[in-house]
Write a protein of this length. Structure first.
Length: 95
């Protein structure tokens, strides 16, 4: 596996990786950049595939559901709420 160091604000770049997951079906690494609310996809050799931005804030962590769907989650919000979960589709937005 190659190294991925996509520092910056341009195409295929991010400032700080908040979370990472693997799309086993698509054979891609999925990086989540919280500050820019951006998902970046790379192949296993580190080649940039695509990225997209989303709004509003959806959560601190990400998991891949499919080629274009994700689950974002945040836990330990308050005493009354243990976890917040949002499902997001690149085509439909929040589901």
């Amino acid at each position: 596996m190659a190294s991925i160091k996509p520092e910056g604000k341009g195409k295929g770049e991010c400032l700080k990786i908040e979370d990472i997951d693997i799309d086993y079906e698509g054979k891609e690494l999925v990086l989540y950049e919280l500050g820019q609310r951006k998902i970046l996809r790379f192949d296993y050799q580190g080649k940039f595939i695509r990225s997209f931005r989303f709004n509003p804030y959806l959560g601190k962590n990400v998991g891949v559901l499919s080629k274009d769907s994700y689950v974002f989650y945040l836990h330990g919000l308050t005493d009354n709420v243990d976890i917040q979960v949002n499902v997001y589709s690149e085509r439909k937005g929040i589901v």
